[in-house]
Design a protein. Sequence first.
Length: 234
Amino acid sequence: MCMKIDILTIFSSMFGALTESLIGRASQNKILDIKVTDVRLFSKDKHKKVDDKPFGGGVGMVLKPQPLYDAIKSTGVKKKNNLYKNPYTKPYVIYMSPQGKTLNNEIVKNLSKFKHLVLICGHYEGIDERIMNYVDEEISIGDYVLTGGEIPAMVLVDSVARMLPGVVKEESSVTNDSFYNGLLDYPHYTRPIVFRGHKVPDVLLSGDHKKIEEWRKKEAYRRTKERRPDLVKK
């Protein structure tokens, strides 16, 4: 199955990173179909202006509703969700915003079930509130503010893409990652066996797969308890 991702932005040149590494290969292998659209193309202003001063006064600018609305509609979004028997087949519209739910692994796993995601990258003071009538979910990547929604959109695309079959060569690389099962990842080692006086744990050199698996589980729990006790409480 090919997942379609539409990204609506006023800075389309920022998304060159999505042609590299695993994401780039996933696009080449038809696992992902990523389309970046410049919202300015939908502006009816003769200067292609997409922002204006906020009503009521205040600093900054706000992205106007008309260009965003037309850009969203161009992706195939329909207002009535009941047109889709399976909710995961509808285009799912996400606004990348510091006011949204904080992105986590459970959200990522759920988003990976959709066939079509539409990501809106905000800028300046945000978007006209009336566009929220066409947004299914508002997502943040942390409790801080960036200059725009482009980098958060790339973070979301990367995290969701890794969940799709065929993107990561070995599925266990995904299921053993931090957060997938509620714990942080266990420590990893490679050659040489001894580096500057520090030796690889003997159990990893034993060839006993059962003992290695037990060690990894214990280390994952120990590391989580030490670094993220809030996850252990959950």
